[in-house]
Ligand binder design. Structure first.
Ligand SMILES: [Zn+2]
Length: 224
């Protein structure tokens, strides 16, 4: 049996591009980090990475270990991220799919979203500035200013407004279910109660919860 068919390689290649774009400020991304971030068999992700290297959309980094986007790859990644986040908006706001499910579902849809449909989604939803996880939609005229946001892991006790869950844990069903169950989703008001051994105790808009360190590190809030 082949490791991955062309469609799988193509959609996984888009996910690899998204990982490369989301970590662009932190220089290159190691192959191990890419495998860790994408919930698919390693061999299939490897095939997608090889596909991107062959096509010249990703290139080996100067450090000799990781990968970075080429100029053409960067354009393709921005386009893919835009489609992905608009699709998430469509699934969450129009179709009403549960918040924690939209990331994986959008990964299946985004490849078939034509420019015409993407433009219609922008009109229908008044050019949304972020995806339902609070991550900016490239090209939107309504990008929010998130410069005052801090990681929940570093937020002092007190009332906060939830603004963003990073792309790193968007695919982590368990983390997202925990956040949604407690009511600690972008747009919600919550209260940081205490920090204990890296865990953060919060009173969400639904109920209290103890958030583990990796969730608290990837959830951004602003004090209110
Ligand atoms: Zn998202």
């Amino acid at each position: 049996m082949p490791v991955a068919d062309d469609t799988t390689t193509e959609s996984l290649a888009t996910e690899v591009l998204e990982v490369l774009l989301s970590t662009e400020e932190t220089a290159s991304v190691s192959p191990a980090e890419i495998l860790r971030r994408i919930p698919a068999p390693d061999a299939a992700v490897d095939a997608a990475v090889t596909h991107l290297l062959d096509a010249g959309t990703a290139v080996p980094a100067a450090d000799g270990h990781g990968l970075v986007l080429s100029e053409a790859g960067r354009r393709r990644a921005v386009d893919a991220v835009r489609r992905h986040r608009l699709t998430e908006r469509l699934l969450a706001d129009v179709i009403g799919l549960e918040w924690w499910k939209v990331h994986h579902e959008a990964a299946r849809w985004e490849g078939i979203l034509s420019d015409d449909v993407a433009d219609r989604v922008v009109d229908l939803l008044d050019d949304p500035g972020t995806c339902p996880h609070g991550n900016p939609i490239p090209g939107s005229a309504n990008l929010p200013d998130q410069s005052s946001a801090v990681r929940l892991a570093e937020a002092p006790p007190g009332p906060v407004h939830v603004v963003r869950v990073t792309e790193t844990i968007e695919g982590d069903d368990e983390a997202l279910q925990l956040l949604q169950g407690a009511g600690v989703v972008p747009g919600d008001d919550a209260e940081v109660q205490a920090h204990r051994d890296g865990w953060v105790l919060v009173a969400g808009s639904v109920r209290d919860a103890a958030l583990p360190p990796h969730v608290a590190a990837h959830t951004y809030v602003t004090p209110r």
